[in-house]
Write a protein that binds this ligand. Sequence first.
Ligand code: 13P
Length: 249
Amino acid sequence: MRRKLIAGNWKMNGDQDLVRRVAEHAADSGGGAEMAVCPPFPLLAAAASQLPFGVALGAQDVSEYEAGAYTGEVSAGMLLEAGCRYVIVGHSERRTLYGEDNGRVAGKFVAARGAGLTPILCVGETLAERDAERTEVVVGEQLDAIMDAVDGPAFQGAVIAYEPVWAIGTGRTATPDQAQAVHAFIRQRVAERDGSEVADQLRLLYGGSMKAENAAELLAQPDIDGGLIGGASLDPESFLSIYNAAAEG
Ligand code: 13P
């Protein structure tokens, strides 16, 4: 049985007040599912000290390098020391706005794992790619780049988030059937290379305009094991409602 994970990706939003309010609401998270919060780097320390026990902390990006002359970058070891358990790698905004290709994303994934963080790998297709029926090709390549870079089962203990680019921040959500189909494909692809035991335990999150109103039906799908929430994670009440849908489902 995979424990559901509801993770909030604040992106470049939030302040000390949001940390305080989310920490207050998170105190009501019952434990039936796991909650994680991924604020911007400068808020990690405040979140680490205020989030209730059992709520995990994550970062939104990590360097592929361990240390050195990389101005502006943050290493996996630093994130671990700051109290992070998770780090998002390969978010579509990093891929499209900052030119991160599959190779760089794989480097970040390897660095995160090497330091003992759990990477949340984001994959997903653009609308043009979906319309051209290339979703499985694109997502398959995104997964293969990671599995090519890692000796042994790459996704053991990792998390993958399927985030169709056309559903991010658009209010347009993948239907439960659309999301389930891609999630099943991802699990199958991982099973082919990492083995069925790793694939069966792998948590697959859906991300893309998930909110309190649509969370329950998405989370009811057999291969949807949680959510990576953008906009709705900035509203503590909405975020807690999504968490409750996962905890009760
Ligand atoms: P929205 O929930 O705002 O669509 O963002 C999803 C996302 O990108 C989470 O990483």
